[in-house]
Design a protein around this ligand. Structure first.
Ligand code: BGC
Length: 378
């Protein structure tokens, strides 16, 4: 009798322990083991600081160790960073490339060491080491910028009574995203250029002519100063400066402030929601930005990485299984890195103007107001 009671008590204790263990693992998700190498391009462009800290936070919260490195926009340094992480035997690499074409050799090492690579935000070209790509819908970013111009000016293809002058500023040719952004905007506006409703006075409408090395604010500034000096100093009105992102928009705004002879404020587009640009939007010097919630991009990367590390081959089901409260598409067609199409998880960008900063950025918890201006919560 006594023996049976003791046995029952032991059994009950074991059951309670088992339930407690399974409860903890349900609530906390799978406790991660291992080290994640997170390779970011530079601290000098604002968003990558946010990406780095969100990614680090997400992975550490799941129990992974994180090695986070920044390459100062320098290809050789990034190659070196990756070599060191491979030598240190990280379990997975998350890489936002400085130059998407320059990592082929170093990533051979990752392949040989069986270290899975996720291309983060920017596709890495010419390597089979990249198994997945996480980004926003880059073409849509450009489309939203173009559509903003059409809507703001109320352009109609059958109304050629009023024409507008436009100049384009695109991103870094080394960044595979830059062409997608530019094409999204240009394709959207092309019918209006063809109809003569929009006129590019400088005539610079090819990506190679309007690209900005390293996405640098100073490069965008000096190119726009040249354009204003060469084509607008006689009082020609500039109505629109279509800029692919905020770092270039910042340079273009500065050029307009210092070198534009006209008195109107041209429409200026951007992307990212950098603090300086949000301040410019509030002060009327930039019209819009396309916001990409990089906090969510980090969450997608985390869930994808966990699935890969569990030995699975993630596909579109990851989206439903993860139960994210934001939209994300699984795309196996749009991104080819020259070794084949790379399965991609693409998040959805949002247009932010002065009028919805509060709703889209502050109420959502991504920024807080600091006096009149939003500051990112990283
Ligand atoms: C990112 C943009 C960013 C740009 C410059 C691109 O790859 O997608 O969000 O503005 O790099 O940092």
């Amino acid at each position: 009798m006594k023996k049976t009671n003791t046995f029952k008590r032991v059994l009950a204790f074991v059951l309670v322990c088992l339930m407690a263990v399974s409860l903890v693992s349900c609530v906390g998700g799978s406790g991660g083991e291992g080290t994640i190498g997170i390779v970011m391009p530079t601290k000098s462009l604002e968003r990558w600081n946010r990406d780095g800290s969100y990614l680090k936070k997400e992975f550490e919260a799941k129990g992974y160790d994180v090695e986070l490195v920044y390459a100062d926009n320098d290809v050789a340094q990034q190659v070196n960073d990756i070599e060191n992480l491979i030598a240190g035997e990280v379990d997975l690499l998350v890489i936002a490339a400085v130059d998407g074409e320059s990592l082929t050799n170093v990533l051979e090492g990752a392949k040989e060491a069986d270290i899975p690579v996720i291309a983060y935000d920017r596709l890495i070209m010419n390597t089979e080491a990249v198994k997945y790509y996480v980004s926003f819908d880059n073409y849509t970013v450009g489309k939203l910028q173009g559509q903003y111009v059409i809507d703001t000016l109320g352009l109609k293809l059958d109304d050629t009574s009023k024409t507008y002058n436009i100049e384009f500023t695109a991103g870094d040719p080394a960044d595979n995203n830059a062409g997608f952004f530019f094409n999204g905007a240009f394709d959207t506006l092309k019918p209006y250029l063809d109809a003569g409703i929009l006129k590019c006075v400088s005539g610079q409408t090819a990506f190679t002519q309007v690209a900005t090395q390293s996405w640098s604010t100073d490069n965008a500034l000096s190119r726009m100063q040249n354009i204003l000096g060469s084509y607008y100093s006689d009082g020609t009105v500039l109505d629109i400066a279509l800029c692919s992102n905020d770092s270039t928009a910042l340079g273009v705004s500065k050029a307009i402030e210092s070198d534009y002879a006209g008195s109107n404020q041209p429409i200026i587009t951007g992307q990212d929601g950098d603090e300086a640009n949000l301040a410019n939007m509030i002060d009327g010097k930039q019209s819009m930005t396309v916001y990409k919630a990089v906090a969510n991009e980090a969450v997608v990367t985390l869930n994808l990485a966990i699935s890969i590390l569990e030995g699975k081959t993630p596909n579109g089901d990851l989206i439903t299984e993860s139960g994210w409260d934001f939209a994300c598409a699984y795309d196996t067609e749009s991104y080819d890195n020259n070794t084949g199409k790379i399965p991609s998880y693409l998040l959805v960008p949002t247009v932010v103007t002065k009028d919805n900063i509060q709703k889209e950025l502050v109420d959502t918890g991504y920024y807080k107001m600091d006096g009149n201006y939003p500051k990112a919560i990283g």
